[in-house]
Design a protein around this ligand. Sequence first.
Ligand code: ZN
Length: 334
Amino acid sequence: MKFDSLIDVVQHFSDNKNCIDYLTQMRWKGTTTCPTCQCTKIYELKGKFKRYKCTGCKKQFSAIKGTIFENSQIPLQKWFMGIFIYSFHKKGISSCQLAKDLGVTQKAAWYMAHRIRHMLSTKSMELVEGIVELDETFVGGKNKNRPWNKKVKYSQGRSFKDKTPVMGILQREEAHYIQRPNKVEPHKTVTEKVVTKKSHITCKVIGDTKAKSIQPIIFEKVKKGSTVVSDEWHAYKGLHTEFKHHVVDHGKGQYADAEGFTTNTIEGAWSQLKRTIIGTYHQVSRKHLQRYCDEFTYRYNTRKISVQEILDSSMNNINCRLTYKDLVGKKKSN
Ligand SMILES: [Zn+2]
């Protein structure tokens, strides 16, 4: 099944059997596996709703067991629409709007939105490399009308009493151009861009912007020997031992270092994050900020791939539950 728009999703999944079939295929890829003991010796039980029994642990289960849809009163069709909407709305969507769009209560929409964000947040283990921009930004603040921006960082010496710092690591896109014959008129040549490295961002909510908080994240995510670009903040000192480190001295009014390296791409990404949070969600509590960052990251990293690829990759991550208790629990999510 191919989905190009929301209407495709709505139509295909108006039939609950289609929902279950799609979920079954995306989840098990043809090999039904017991969610309890991972056994693959399974038989299907007779009945209206597809249920299975495991020959190993003798437990019965359905395709929903152990996914984000488990114990939810919301029909699968609405879940799939919700996933589609979250994957595609460039600036996100509030739970209030989602409730109206899907015809569910706001509480249900809020919980659903967090489960979807949790699902989208499944981390890639791949290291970033090539040219990598590093920067932190600050989100939030008591005065909700005050925009948070780069100025705060320099005028107040990166104080973050009422703001939450977020660390960002961005792998820059690398591409070259090739000449190839036009597909329709082969006598004509066209120039095609071939992307060899996709632009990719990772955002992590951090306790403070000291070297001991920032550097371990960089060492964990960035391949040794890569070129890293940061501003002059002292927490970046010492990176040259593992990386080729370029420093843009914003304090001195520089926008690029002597060799032309900048942190412009990540600064652009921060302004998108800012628009998402201020424009759509207005206020985000520190407890939930990592999930909003994950949602932003997911959308940023998938912005150049097709609708189908996005939906499939979201669906590949459904094997993770987020209980209401986990969500509202006092434990910090970061
Ligand atoms: Zn089993």
